[in-house]
Design a protein around this ligand. Structure first.
Ligand code: R1P
Ligand code: URA
Length: 233
């Protein structure tokens, strides 16, 4: 049973899917963290894999960048493949002064400059929030692993190259911790189709201070986040 963007059979995906933006990161996780991993889809090179972690079935699939791409894959996974839990594992830009590069952040909620969630509620505001159970499991897993993760509001933007840098300072005053490009859309799709969603990130750069993770360190901080996500299942 294929969809326009996923070529897989019924039962190919586990009930829980971890979604990095980059399909090559999905491949890396499958090869380095899962047992008995097999590739289940490769349409447009948006790779998806299913295997087990500590004996529990889990899938990993890329989401691509931005709300439209994430929304297509999330909707098809839920509606056509019976996926129940979608966990975004991404990178983000730090906004808050309290946030440092390499920190792990949980998106309790996601504000956005996108119109997709307003379109779901006749133009009104929609509070794009994480599923509480997935968030609680994730935070508990981070604590067990001794990782001091931050939890709060993030901003999902359609514009990676933000022209008005003052805007991030205004978000900082409102307590917004970080910026990404998918989470508000993921939370909206999950709500619309009756699935659970949660997002966590590693901070790859800071959009106000300009600090960035050295390339050689990116993999190890990314690994910490993957471990938290897998241990939370
Ligand atoms: O590392 P990923 O998960 O792709 O996340 C972040 O990186 C991309 C931008 O470089 C956007 O997708 C943003 O949300
Ligand atoms: O979406 C993102 C991700 C990392 N850094 C940014 O500035 N934006």
């Amino acid at each position: 049973m294929s969809t326009p963007h996923i070529s897989a059979k019924p039962g190919d995906f586990a009930e829980t899917v971890l979604m990095p933006g980059d399909p090559l990161r999905a491949k890396y996780i499958a090869e380095n963290f899962l047992e008995d991993a097999r590739q289940v889809t490769d349409v447009r090179n948006m790779f998806g894999f299913t295997g087990t972690y500590n004996g529990k079935p889990v899938s990993i699939m890329g989401s691509g960048m931005g709300i439209p791409s994430m929304s297509i894959y999330a909707r098809e996974l839920i509606v056509s493949f019976g996926v129940k839990n979608l966990i975004r594992i991404g990178t983000c830009g730090g906004i808050s002064q309290d946030i440092k590069i390499r920190d792990v952040i949980f998106a309790q909620g996601a504000s956005t400059d996108s119109n997709v969630n307003r379109a779901r509620v006749r133009g009104y505001d929609f509070a794009a929030i994480s599923d509480f159970g997935l968030l609680e499991n994730g935070v508990n897993a981070a604590r067990r692993l001794g990782i001091d993760a931050k939890i709060g509001n993030v901003f999902t933007t359609d514009t990676f190259y933000q022209a008005d840098s003052e805007f991030y300072k205004e978000l900082d005053k409102l307590g917004v911790m970080a910026v990404d490009m998918e989470t508000a859309g993921l939370y909206g799709v999950a709500a619309e189709y009756g699935a659970k969603a949660m997002a966590l990130f590693t901070v790859s750069d800071h959009v106000i201070t300009g600090e960035a993770t050295p390339p050689e360190e990116r993999q190890s901080t990314f690994n910490e986040m993957v471990k938290i996500a897998l241990e939370s299942i």
